[in-house]
Ligand binder design. Structure first.
Ligand SMILES: *[C@@H]1O[C@H](CO)[C@@H](O)[C@H](O)[C@H]1NC(C)=O
Ligand SMILES: *[C@@H]1O[C@H](CO)[C@@H](O)[C@H](O)[C@H]1NC(C)=O
Ligand SMILES: *[C@@H]1O[C@H](CO)[C@@H](O)[C@H](O)[C@H]1NC(C)=O
Ligand SMILES: *[C@@H]1O[C@H](CO)[C@@H](O)[C@H](O)[C@H]1NC(C)=O
Ligand SMILES: *[C@@H]1O[C@H](CO)[C@@H](O)[C@H](O)[C@H]1NC(C)=O
Ligand SMILES: *[C@@H]1O[C@H](CO)[C@@H](O)[C@H](O)[C@H]1NC(C)=O
Length: 181
């Protein structure tokens, strides 16, 4: 085999190995020093597509009502650089505990105007870098204990437009930065 071709093949193998997954076909992506900014805004998606592993911003929101109804628990498992997730204006009814477990860099999570019914224990446990959490206009009735435990940098939560009738003990443990609720 020609040396040049061997070298090109080598480069292709290396570069596909570095970033797992490519830009989802219906979305647009731009890369910068922080990773990929993946824009799937208003694409009428029915589910969350596979994301490049260097995604740091993902926009899956919609202008009015999108069709995404679930966040499979391993959706973000390879995306440890994620800082910002927009999932508002969808039809998500539940978020499993540990969905965001490995997202140590996550700062901004927007899931308002969905159909989330409860916030279970440990849903956001130890997400110490999260600063803003948008949960308004859901169907939340229950905040289990430890739902928001140890989110020490969280300063903004919006829970308005829910129907919260029960808050278990320790739901808001150690929220030392909280200023707006
Ligand atoms: C918070 O984010 C910074 C910067 O991305 C990172 O170095 C740090 O490990 C994160 N903190 C935790 C507790 O994961
Ligand atoms: C949360 O953080 C504490 C202290 O760093 C650690 O002991 C505990 O195992 C963590 N819990 C989870 C579920 O990561
Ligand atoms: C909260 O953080 C403190 C100090 O890091 C730790 O001792 C405690 O186990 C954490 N709580 C939970 C429920 O992870
Ligand atoms: C929460 O969001 C609603 C709807 O956008 C807004 O009207 C309200 O002012 C917000 N609450 C806080 C405390 O920011
Ligand atoms: C809120 O919840 C209570 C029961 O906890 C129920 O009686 C009421 O109809 C609910 N309101 C709305 C607007 O869903
Ligand atoms: C809150 O933080 C303190 C000190 O970091 C820790 O001792 C305590 O266990 C935490 N409380 C809970 C309910 O995790």
């Amino acid at each position: 085999m020609n040396e040049e071709i061997t070298f090109l093949l080598f480069l292709v193998v290396i570069s596909t190995g570095l970033v797992k997954g490519t830009c989802p076909s219906t979305c647009s992506c731009s890369s910068g020093s922080s990773g990929s900014n993946v824009n799937c805004y208003s694409k009428n998606l029915g589910h969350i597509p596979d994301l490049p592993s260097d995604t740091y911003i993902i926009d899956l929101s919609y202008i009015s009502n999108n069709q995404i109804s679930a966040i499979p628990v391993n959706t973000f498992v390879d995306c440890e650089l994620l800082q910002t997730i927009y999932l508002h204006n969808n039809k998500i009814s539940a978020i499993e505990p540990f969905t965001f477990m490995n997202l140590h860099n996550l700062r901004y999570l927007s899931v308002y105007n969905n159909k989330i019914r409860s916030l279970e224990s440990n849903m956001f446990i130890n997400m110490t870098n999260l600063t803003q959490l948008y949960l308004h206009y859901n169907k939340i009735r229950l905040l289990e204990s430890y739902a928001f435990i140890n989110m020490t940098n969280l300063y903004y939560i919006n829970l308005s437009g829910n129907n919260i009738s029960h808050i278990e003990e320790n739901a808001f443990g150690n929220l030392t930065s909280l200023s707006t609720l």
